[in-house]
Design a protein around this ligand. Structure first.
Ligand SMILES: Cc1cc2nc3c(=O)[nH]c(=O)nc-3n(C[C@H](O)[C@H](O)[C@H](O)COP(=O)(O)OP(=O)(O)OC[C@H]3O[C@@H](n4cnc5c(N)ncnc54)[C@H](O)[C@@H]3O)c2cc1C
Length: 430
């Protein structure tokens, strides 16, 4: 570093920013992370499940030393109505059998602090408790940051400042978020005790459950409820799309209260103590909301770039954030070698994103945001599933063929036109 200039300044000490910092510092570059929270992780929130494959590339076998809560060994997906729940459970040795395919429940306050320590060990400097007010731009090129009147200079800035990246918006790389592009998440962490969790969820020591529910948790709107088991707490929450919230008179915190009280959820939480409450936005519009990713002296990563996929049975943003942080850092290392931090010099970031799972998956699921906004999925489907299950599993001693009754009632309720419409939308999604 010259007297007063870093090779890279990273805006935001979340997973994207810290991953970039580790890779850059290991390559010997002078890197500064500026985080507005009192410590890395202080302001960060997630539902709770980290797919480990992208962090494995930076820190192999990270789970041996990281403060993970549990390894996910049990999956559960539910279609819920007000008083019913059709559940699909899956448990297998195939789940989390290798570090590269394992997923873990995490609490960000602990996990991000650990990752920050790794970045510092690698040689990165981290300043927490400081909000970056704006980017410094000279002749159309980003040359540093301004915080509280103080200017700091760098060859480039990596924007890792989260879903509502004000910094990318200030320089025109990202437009303001639209209601259809984001969901609101509300989450509680509830302490139950390790033994109680093991007993209630049928888990052995270290094993964990990821449970996602659609239908009643968001009153039939796009989104759902989640519950992840941590060591001695559970993370429970709701994700509901902003544009749908306007159509309902139930607020997201109220949805969470309803979800906690649902007959198939409440027994798991009995006697628990709420120790944390948080709310956050989630990028939901996939490839349609990706901003400009590279400019002169600047790159955009993680949620700031809209890198997140919600498929209903799984929500993923953390592995995208880590991978994009790594790829951005590798592009900066190349630019450093060429001594060219212009848009062209940093362009390898976009190339490697295209070759990575990030763009391939965002492109592969490009129709999902549209299909998931259809009320058939979140309202009619859970109701239909509830109806079928109730008929199948209730024996009243009346003569008849229940299976034919179900088929006939389905044919009556669903018009051919509706079916064709739904199938067409599903096909268009791919
Ligand atoms: C309710 C909910 C459930 C989710 N569930 C899952 C899940 O189970 N699995 C999964 O993989 N993903 C999940 N996600 C998505 C995942 O949490 C995000 O994709 C991920 O946290 C993005 O990481 P990031 O580093 O890009 O951004 P963040 O973690 O948001 O980090 C951004 C950082 O930048 C800092 N910052 C912002 N502005 C400034 C500034 N001006 N100056 C300095 N610092 C700044 C912030 O304080 C923060 O530390 C969920 C999200 C929500 C909200």
């Amino acid at each position: 570093m010259s007297e007063d200039k870093f090779d890279a300044i990273i805006a935001g000490g979340g997973l994207a920013g810290l991953s970039a910092a580790i890779v850059l510092a290991r390559a010997g570059l002078e890197v500064l992370v500026v985080e507005r929270g009192d410590y890395c992780g202080a302001k960060n929130m997630t539902g709770g499940r980290l797919y480990g494959h992208s962090l494995e590339k930076i820190i192999p076998n990270f789970a041996d030393e990281a403060p993970i809560e549990r390894k996910v060994t049990h999956e559960k997906v539910s279609l819920m109505t007000e008083d019913g729940s059709l559940d699909i459970g899956y448990g297998s040795k195939k789940l989390s059998s290798e570090p590269g395919n394992a997923s873990y429940t995490v609490l960000r306050a602990k996990f991000d602090q650990w990752l920050a320590e790794k970045a510092e060990e690698a040689g990165a400097e981290i300043i927490p408790g400081i909000l970056i007010d704006r980017l410094l731009v000279e002749d159309g090129r980003v040359v540093g940051i301004e915080t509280d009147g103080e200017e700091m200079y760098s060859e480039c800035v990596i924007l890792a400042d989260g879903v509502n990246s004000m910094l990318a918006q200030q320089i025109g790389m990202k437009k303001e978020l639209e209601p259809n592009e984001v969901a609101v998440g509300a989450k509680e962490t509830i302490r139950l005790g390790e033994d109680v969790i093991n007993q209630r969820f049928g888990l052995k020591e270290g094993e964990g459950t990821a449970w996602l529910s659609a239908g009643d948790p968001t009153l039939g709107s796009f989104g759902g409820g989640f519950l992840y088991t941590n060591k001695d707490t559970v993370s429970i929450g709701i994700v509901a799309t902003l544009c749908d919230i306007g159509h309902s008179d139930v607020s997201v915190p109220k949805m969470l209260d309803r979800f906690k009280a649902h007959p198939s959820i409440a027994p798991f939480l009995e006697g628990g103590e709420v120790i944390e409450y948080s709310g956050h936005l989630v990028p939901e519009d996939g490839i349609h909301m990706i901003p400009e990713l590279v400019g002169d002296g600047v790159l955009v990563t993680g949620d700031a770039a809209g890198f997140c996929v919600n498929l209903g049975y799984t929500v993923r943003g953390m592995d995208f954030a880590i991978e994009s942080g790594r790829l951005a850092a590798e592009a900066v290392i190349r630019a450093h070698e060429l001594n060219d931090y212009s848009k062209a010099g940093l362009a390898s970031y976009e190339e490697s994103l295209k070759d990575s799972f990030i763009m391939k998956e965002l492109d592969g699921y490009k129709g999902f945001p549209t299909i998931l906004t259809r009320r058939e999925i979140f309202e009619n489907l859970p109701a239909m599933a509830d109806d079928i299950a109730a008929k199948l599993f209730t024996v009243e001693g009346k003569a008849g063929n229940v299976i034919m009754d179900i088929i006939n009632s389905l044919a009556e309720k669903t018009s051919a036109r509706e079916l064709v419409d739904l199938i067409t939308t599903i096909l268009e999604a791919f």
